[in-house]
Write a protein that binds this ligand. Structure first.
Ligand code: PEP
Ligand code: MN
Length: 285
């Protein structure tokens, strides 16, 4: 074992005799294969129109749709998400657009309902070490998007993934979303060294969330391209038809034309690092 490896990470560690994990969201969309996958959508599902517009304008640019219905907000007085009503909206938009869905699960009691309707369950930063939740997700076969904790070390992050895999679910994708720093200028600091390290020490796919890292929309396109150059298998990015009206994380939301332009610009970087990138449709945004 070299000093890059994490002691105790028995199942998620990279080794010559283990294939790289490819997480299949649907028969058409896989994370960790040759293709870069882009997940886009609002921080929070707000209404049908909002989600329908995003799916319509970005269908050719993104491979999956995100949108929170259970939201872990810092303040208990902030909008907490639409819950089951939001899930109903997501289901309708999935049916109409064919885009697979990613949404956050905050509690064990939500797993069953969410798993029936969406394609990937996100564990948010604030729950990265909610070990009971991780164990319960390990007992499903649903793809899990595990986000790095607000101030979690790489070792803690890898061991959180080990919890899910060791309980029986191999379908885990890691997500670097920035870590706390001393500098309030950016919301968090995107740790690209961690992306490279995680790709080397684990066989799991790694994607990057530049939105929660930067917290400012002007920085997101550059960070996205840097992440792909660094070996990330995909991106999850917040966008909104009217960014400044977003009910949560408005400052980091991209407009739909900004999102489409970002996606196009990522293609050249993907190619330069030997990855494939398919825009499945002609631009509508
Ligand atoms: C989110 O994806 O909207 C979110 C709350 O992210 P994080 O858990 O990374 O803060
Ligand atoms: Mn958000």
């Amino acid at each position: 074992m070299n000093d890059m490896m994490i002691k105790g990470a028995q199942l998620v560690s990279n080794s010559a005799d283990r294939p790289k994990t490819i997480v299949q969201l649907t028969p058409e969309v896989a994370i960790g294969g040759p293709e870069i996958v882009i997940i886009g959508g609002p921080c929070t599902v707000e209404n049908y129109d909002q989600m329908d517009k995003i799916a319509f304008h970005l269908k050719g640019h993104i491979q999956a749709l995100r949108g929170g219905v259970y939201k872990p907000r810092t303040s208990p007085y902030a909008f907490q998400g639409m819950g089951v009503d939001g899930l109903e909206i997501l289901t309708q938009v999935r049916e109409k657009s064919g885009l697979p869905l990613v949404t956050e699960v905050m509690a064990i009691s939500q797993i069953e309902t969410l798993a029936d309707r969406v394609d990937m369950l996100q564990v948010g930063s604030r729950n990265m070490q909610n070990f009971d939740l991780l164990k319960a997700l390990g007992q499903t076969h649903k793809p899990v998007l595990l986000k790095r904790g607000l101030a979690a070390t790489i070792e803690e992050f890898v061991m959180a993934a080990e919890y899910i895999v060791s309980h029986g679910n191999p379908n885990v994708v890691l997500c670097e979303r920035g870590i706390r720093s001393f500098d309030p200028y950016q919301r968090n600091v995107l740790d690209l060294g961690a992306v490279s390290a995680l790709k080397q020490i684990t066989h799991l796919p790694v994607i990057v969330d530049p939105s929660h890292a930067a917290g400012k929309r002007e920085l997101i396109a550059d960070l996205s391209r840097a992440a792909i150059a660094c070996g990330a298998d995909g991106l999850i990015i917040e966008c909104h038809p009217e960014p400044e009206k977003s009910l949560s994380d408005a400052r980091q939301a991209l407009s739909l034309p900004e999102m489409a332009a970002l996606v196009s610009s990522v293609g050249a970087i993907a190619q330069a690092v030997g990855r494939q990138f398919t825009s499945t449709d002609s631009p509508r945004a």
